[in-house]
Design a protein around this ligand. Sequence first.
Ligand SMILES: Nc1nc2c(c(=O)[nH]1)N[C@H]1C(S)=C(S)[C@@H](COP(=O)(O)OP(=O)(O)OC[C@H]3O[C@@H](n4cnc5c(=O)[nH]c(N)nc54)[C@H](O)[C@@H]3O)O[C@H]1N2
Ligand SMILES: Nc1nc2c(c(=O)[nH]1)N[C@H]1C(S)=C(S)[C@@H](COP(=O)(O)OP(=O)(O)OC[C@H]3O[C@@H](n4cnc5c(=O)[nH]c(N)nc54)[C@H](O)[C@@H]3O)O[C@H]1N2
Ligand code: SF4
Ligand SMILES: [Mo]
Length: 727
Amino acid sequence: MNVEQKPTFCRICEPLCGMIATVEDGRLLALRPDKTHPLSAGFACQKGIAFTEVVNDPDRLTTPMRRGLDGSFTPVSWDEAMSDIAARLSDIHRRHGAGGIAWYFGNPGAFSYSHTLWLPMFVAATGMRMHLFTAGSQDVNNRFVASQLLYGSALAMPVPDALRTDFLVVMGANPVVSHGSVLTVPRIKDRMHDIVKRGGRVLVIDPRRTETAAQFEWLGIVPDGDAFLLLSVLHVLFDEGLADRARIARQADGLDWLQRLAAPFSPEATAQHTGIAPDTVRSLARDLARTPRAAVYGRVGTSTGQNGTLTTYLIDAVNLVAGNLDVAGGSMFGRLGMPCERWLNIPGAALLRAVYRRRRSRIGGFPSVLMSEPAGLMAKEMTMPGRGQIKALFISAGNPVLSVPNGDELEEAMRGLELTVGIDLYVNETLAHCDYVLPAASMYERDDFPLAFQTLQPTPFRQATEAVVAPVGQARTEWEIIDELMARMWRRTPTLALLAAVRKLFGLFGSRLSPRLLVDAVIRLGDDGDRFGLRRGGLTFSRLAAEHPHGKVLARNLRAGVLADVVVYRGRKMRLRHREIADQVAALSRRRSPQNYPLRLIGMREARSENSWMHNSPLLMRGERTQRALMHVDDAAELHIDDGDVVRVLSEHGEIAVPVAATKDIVAGVIAIPHGWGHKGTGGWRLANSAGGANVNRLMSSAPEDIEALAGMARLTGVPVRVEPVS
Ligand SMILES: Nc1nc2c(c(=O)[nH]1)N[C@H]1C(S)=C(S)[C@@H](COP(=O)(O)OP(=O)(O)OC[C@H]3O[C@@H](n4cnc5c(=O)[nH]c(N)nc54)[C@H](O)[C@@H]3O)O[C@H]1N2
Ligand SMILES: Nc1nc2c(c(=O)[nH]1)N[C@H]1C(S)=C(S)[C@@H](COP(=O)(O)OP(=O)(O)OC[C@H]3O[C@@H](n4cnc5c(=O)[nH]c(N)nc54)[C@H](O)[C@@H]3O)O[C@H]1N2
Ligand code: SF4
Ligand SMILES: [Mo]
């Protein structure tokens, strides 16, 4: 018997906590938090620990499967599956072009560098008309668009310097449960308590007194009122002369324009939309301006309303105008530290801006965000006839039937496709409709480097891991599946021919064109990298994994004063003035409140769930966990609803039934329901199926007019609903 203790890290969510994997004869026995990890220092949450149960889950996919006419799956060999998939795909490509082919890339995909780097290869090889959808249009695409407008680069993402700030304003995020998002801070709860310990404040602006709000200060807000609140904070900053105009002029163009934009939004005028008293807004604005180290941070709650791009733009604008952008303890920018990083970013950023402006979705004419379209429109793109109608769909690491608006419509639309292929650990509710499901290697079965999160860390840190165990059964990494698909692909598109030539070239030098090669180059060129031998003893992927198994802190903190290097616009200054933003502000006054839907629905993440996919772990499901909605005691009393009663929740778009818990910890008129439930037996995860629950996204709209205009964001919060007792 051979037992090993292997340092690695968790990739379920963004702190990327250090883990020690106990491996016995090649099998994962247990995971425990890594005490030697410099940042997570012995912390891991229940999900991280429970991942052993996912890796070894008897319900996990271990071989490729084909769905028969009766809907049941039978195992097939990789060769059989891949040759049939490639042949049918080639045929679809020949008949319908790239526009007949679509890929949905789900959330866990972003945690794998190889999956993230190889999918764009497939898109390029297939042709630019191919449809790409991601979980981003339900999550963070608004952040990319706000950054593109403000800094010229979609990937310039400010993060709050949680380690040095004295006043952290958390809007629409619940880091005590989510562990941080678009922000990589291990032990984020402890780091927030540190702020208070050194005399600072953490203020949580949220319609619900969340687990985070309960530990710090809570300011309740009407759902989707954030744009009004932020405009009124700007109004006060200008009105009371709290903005250092000379300093801002060095950072940004368009300050006068912004001032005119905010002028009508006095705290008195916005109070009806936010439920926040004018005096509270004034003191918030003063505190933000007068505290030298302060930062406003927003996340899912400020992204998934009707104006998520505007709201995120305004968060950055408030940070700028209050003097908190690009300063220690404020909102800061991380960088990879590559030579000429700005010059390398300029062409890519310009290309993405051009694609954003020129490429429009077939339905609704939505701009393309990092090449992707709104996933809320995926079903309609499958059913609306014409050039560009989807005929083949791939889904990797996603469960859109539960995660995008109107899953019923999507299930129905999938039935009409010619080819559907899923790549996952499980047959989830979406993959149940696929012709083929292919078994993916889990995170501990692949090497990794958290590429997507490098610049989102207030403490610049690097960690890489080799696979700690071999894939179970015949599971494979996504990039290998994509690579093989491309190798078997239809006709020689110019991109494919180019790719083949590059591949040959690498072959001549005895190496293989792979994602590892690319990510290794990023590590070697970045901060502390070996610069391909120029810097002796510097980092490479292999050296990082072998010599720094618990990771390496590159610097205690981010560098301030880098804005001019982050902004890719000519003149190196942020641009505040945008017609798109003015249009969104104008649209605020045209918001509609449908009759008979008096309540507002918001989301709610749970400590022992991860979106839709960890409900099959006995450790996480113990105590007979079920989904429930939270509503205010007064609202419940008015409707004669008792704690534990099952109610019907109706929106203009659908209805579900859920049990209710009544609470005082929520703004009156608001109901909170967790997403990711509603496993209904079509999926292959037995425990999850028995947990029941309802798919809250049946209440959400997939109509183009309900999708946010600038980033294609689904409207998942502040949705008008009505609640009725079930007799
Ligand atoms: N345990 C757990 N952790 C997770 C996940 C999970 O499912 N479970 N999911 C992961 C993923 S994919 C992500 S993207 C992150 C998300 O990370 P977070 O954004 O931190 O998590 P959420 O719980 O979605 O927080 C959104 C908050 O916004 C509030 N809110 C809703 N509407 C509004 C509004 O209009 N205005 C304001 N101000 N607040 C509003 C909600 O009450 C909620 O508290 O979490 C990640 N971590
Ligand atoms: N109402 C409402 N809806 C929401 C949200 C909300 O707050 N409210 N949040 C939205 C957000 S922020 C997100 S990110 C989305 C998530 O939406 P999705 O990404 O579509 O769905 P997940 O539930 O995260 O499902 C992930 C799937 O990936 C599989 N998986 C896990 N690890 C791997 C791997 O390594 N490889 C492969 N190939 N598969 C793997 C899991 O088994 C699971 O089937 O949901 C969105 N939907
Ligand atoms: S918080 Fe939990 S799920 Fe997230 S990375 Fe850490 S251990 Fe993994
Ligand atoms: Mo997400």
